[in-house]
Design a protein. Structure first.
Length: 80
């Protein structure tokens, strides 16, 4: 399986894609991912599982687009 995950950061949200969700979240928490090292603390907000890695990558790409960021802000920012 391939996972697209959303982390709540101190300054907003971060989305990523991985085939090993537990290991990737652990690396974020330990400060081993340059993109989030200065954005901690981090909290896993949601994740989506995909059988096809290309579909997962396309969904991650959408979340990082203007429309995807607006979606996250509208649907997640109020709840977390």
């Amino acid at each position: 399986m391939h996972y697209v995950y959303i982390l709540k950061c101190k300054d907003g949200f971060y989305s990523g894609c991985t085939s090993d969700l537990k290991e990737r979240i652990s690396r974020h928490q330990k400060g081993q991912v340059p993109a989030t090292i200065n954005r901690r603390p981090l909290e896993l907000t949601a994740y989506f599982a995909f059988k096809d890695k290309y579909v997962a990558f396309e969904f991650e790409k959408y979340l990082k687009s203007g429309s995807g960021r607006a979606f996250l802000k509208k649907h997640l920012d109020k709840k977390f």
